[in-house]
Design a protein around this ligand. Sequence first.
Ligand code: TMP
Ligand code: ASP
Length: 240
Amino acid sequence: MTKGAQLYEGKAKKVFETDDPELLIVSYKDDATAFNGLKKGTIVGKGVINNQMSNALMKVLEKKGVPTHFVEELSERDTLVKRVKIVPLEVIIRNIAAGSFSKRYGVEEGTPLARPTIEFSYKNDELGDPLINDYHILALRLATDEELETIKTYAFRVNEELKKFWKSCGVTLVDFKLEFGKVSDGTIVLADEISPDTCRLWDSATGEKLDKDRFRRDLGGVEDAYHEIMKRLEEHIAEA
Ligand code: TMP
Ligand code: ASP
């Protein structure tokens, strides 16, 4: 499959058409941004790691009954995916308080939650991805009731499977962000990526951050953290 016209360039990926109208190629960049693009940088090798990690995890999730956009890894940075219409929601699952949740509710980072939580942000850079609830999503016709229920079911299933997998790597899955899309027949599938850019991953023994918070918070050792988390994945993915 060869790359056709570029359809879109996002903060971390480019998307290309192919000769099949139902398929696209995503190409992962090393560019990193935070705070809605206010902070910009490069994480050398990130595109390769995020591409390979996201594909490996989506393959596991497919086996566990979560349909995804993944079709085939074409190269280190390029992957063939199903063309979807993105549901304009960031779906965030949390197991442990951190980030904006800690700030919003005044809960110390690292506090385990009594049960996993789900929240939604409206994907809209101009508005700064505001938090949105189920009623607003339905009122604005961003998804139907049925689609929203499917998304919630898949998101919690992803959490259970990824928690288990990362535990086997000695890593705690603190929280993560998912995006879903609709393929041409309307089926909801997991889309976008699952990577250290979109998950908080802490070493279970030391609490060390092995994710993009090292970049967001200027903690240093960003590339090392991405390589370390990828190494852990490679050591355990065969058993998943
Ligand atoms: P938050 O605590 O900043 O709301 O982030 C929750 C999770 O979502 C965390 O794992 C990082 C991820 N995330 C993204 O993938 N993209 C984003 O734009 C933001 C703000 C967070
Ligand atoms: N990449 C996102 C942005 O620039 C934010 C993040 O991941 O923190 O808005």
